[in-house]
Write a protein that binds this ligand. Sequence first.
Ligand code: ARG
Length: 461
Amino acid sequence: MTNANKDKLSSARFSQATDAFVEIFTASVGFDQRMAQQDIEGSIAHATMLCTIGILTEAERDSIFQGLEQIKGEIERGEFQWSIQQEDVHMNIEARLTALIGMAGKKLHTGRSRNDQVATDIRLYMRMEINAITAMIERLQQALLDLAEREAETIMPGFTHLQVAQPVTFGHHLMAWFEMLVRDKERLQDCLKRVNIMPLGAAALAGTSYPIDRELTAKLLGFSRPSANSLDSVSDRDFAIEFTAAASIIMMHLSRFSEELVLWTSAQFSFIELPDAFCTGSSIMPQKKNPDVPELVRGKCGRVTGHLMSLLMLMKSQPLAYNKDNQEDKEPLFDTVDTLINCLRAFADMVPHIQAKRENMFNAAKKGFATATDLADYLVRKGMPFRHAHEVVGLAVRLGVESERDLSELSLAELQKFSEMITDDVFSVLSLEGSVAARKHIGGTAPDTVRQAIQTARAGL
Ligand code: ARG
């Protein structure tokens, strides 16, 4: 037997050493060491509880505290020797603890199992990351509000089917992005309610015969309550799936923002300028300035959605309770966290530096007969049925297309040929400014309404 295999878990049960490859194959310490701080936090709470119910003496508890405190420092300083033979983060820390403090270290695992331990660690970890992600979303929201404020009056074409539809303000468009993030934050906060429930005490699957005080441990760890069923506690990974689903939706939103930025920076649109620091050149074409950051974010959306599928498939058909399959939850989860936070950060850093090319936006809105609906509404206000007005405006647009002029560039006499109801007050309606200003109801694109929405949003942040 190798030295490592002498320490093999439950070694007394085994007459054969673990195959060297299997040892590597089954180890998770390479990635689950990311949860080391949570593992220590959980152990401190567990030891505290074990002492209050008389399983540990105060001296043993304090020695565990000291040992864990030292290990925490070793990990933070990068001095901790992680070992594959100890399989995972939990065994590594416990083995080191026992090496440091002896017998008391061996008592720490009383009344718990790695099954409830790992479920607890992931939840503590997720709770921390959800808070960090929420803070990053709020940074991006702030940036969007500032830019929306700057561009509250900037007129651009609004699109449906990527065809010019009606004029909108750029501020209004940015506030649409903001709203998506409002829902994203709500989804994360809702997910957090189910993350923040404590599985510790479920032990391997059936609970423990020690008179543990789960309410106390939950309180010490800041969980809202202990979980209700021990079998469910060690097997449930719904919270990870929910989180990854929420993350996938956020990434989907970022991919939509990205797509628009990519389009808008193209010579064909030329609506915005992205800061040089967020773009790169081409190795062959000297003129190129590529929107790499939005493109990469758009691409990473697929990666996170892939992780969601991985986790769903991981849990599919798993019998109760814990199965080793669950060790596969961590890499998709961790990569989701990293990808999401990096993409949000890239956007939060980039958005404040987006320069609107206001004149280009305005001219583009002018080109697409964006005020055609306003002309129809004008005729309706003068008593024409809407379907009839729709037809009349269609004819006017046709003349505009044929003579390469916007509706506002047609003469009154020309317009009056389509309907006698048209008088010279029509031109205020046909202007882009008039069109956006008229949409001043809740949720409308009028500059004042957008400013109001920004104010409300700021109060809510
Ligand atoms: N490394 C394991 C995991 O990530 C910890 C739990 C192992 N439990 C067990 N009975 N093998 O899920």
